[in-house]
Design a protein around this ligand. Structure first.
Ligand code: NDP
Length: 248
């Protein structure tokens, strides 16, 4: 994949880091957006990857903010050239039951998980069309497919993300662009470490695989979809959840 540029939002997160690792291993030039204003953390993260032989560059960006995404895209174009593969992996949770949910929890999750896919994708998809190639991979969630207690905001955002994916898939299909969603089940990252242990245990008890998923299992799916040869997979929502569906 020499010469192909991959941009990963949320690339320094638990799942994002593995996506960066595997894309780099597959030969992509990997760039991530980084939200963390404490750049020392990012520099440290970058250094750790470099020590493994993984080169990842980063550009600052708040995916919830359209103008910030436009600035990031200009910087990426300037430094790295056109983006071939876009992975929208940035996301947050702000859980609360719908009847108790503060509006700010709703707004934050919709802006960061759903508005973000438009804010970021809009910056790159036009050039992808002009160049006749693009791979857009959106990281949603099993909870966007099934709904989840305490996550009306997150479930709505992630379900909406796949609606966006399907529309993009249709719009880009004759321009060499594919758009697909990957919907992870429960994956071992900081996001799920924040779930109270007893709740986490009860979730694992429902997973036929009997364990949580691991970030490399999501990254593997992303690299598969990013390949030139994956052109006929378009508009799909691929569950990577240890068989969780079969237990509903
Ligand atoms: P992490 O919390 O480890 O990583 C989230 C990433 O998103 C971080 O890099 C974070 O940056 C970035 N981010 C958050 N807000 C913004 C913003 N406004 N602008 C730019 N970047 C932002 O989460 P995971 O790795 O677990 O999750 C990655 C994706 O996978 C998310 O979309 C999540 O919803 C989804 N997912 C995760 C599951 C899981 O079980 N872990 C299950 C299903 C889906 P920073 O660190 O700088 O704040």
């Amino acid at each position: 994949m020499a010469n192909r540029v991959a941009l990963v939002t949320g690339g320094n997160g638990g799942i994002g880091t593995e996506i960066c690792r595997q894309l780099a291993a597959a030969g992509y030039r990997v760039v991530t957006t980084c939200f963390d204003a404490e750049k020392e953390n990012v520099a440290e993260w970058q250094k750790e990857l470099a020590a493994e032989g993984v080169q990842v560059d980063w550009v600052e960006c708040d995916v919830a903010d359209f103008d910030s995404c436009a600035e990031m895209a200009a910087e990426v174009a300037d430094k790295f050239g056109p983006v071939d593969v876009l992975v929208n992996a940035a996301g947050i949770t702000r859980d609360a039951f719908a009847h108790k949910m503060p509006q700010e929890n709703w707004d934050a999750v919709i802006r960061t998980n759903l508005d973000s896919v438009f804010n970021v994708t809009r910056q790159f998809v036009e050039t992808m069309r002009e160049r006749g190639f693009g791979r857009i991979i959106n990281i949603a969630s099993v909870n966007g497919q099934t709904g989840q207690f305490g996550q009306a905001n997150y479930s709505a955002a992630k379900a909406g993300m796949h609606g966006f994916t399907m529309a993009l898939a249709k719009e880009g299909a004759r321009k060499g662009i594919t758009a697909n969603t990957v919907s992870p089940g429960y994956i071992e990252t900081a996001m799920t470490a924040a779930i109270p242990e007893e709740v986490r245990n009860s979730i694992v008890a429902q997973v036929p695989a009997g364990r949580m998923g691991r970030p490399p299992e999501i990254a593997r799916t992303v690299v598969f979809l990013a390949a030139d040869e994956a052109e006929y997979i378009n508009g799909a929502n691929i569950p990577v959840n240890g068989g969780l569906f079969t237990s509903f």
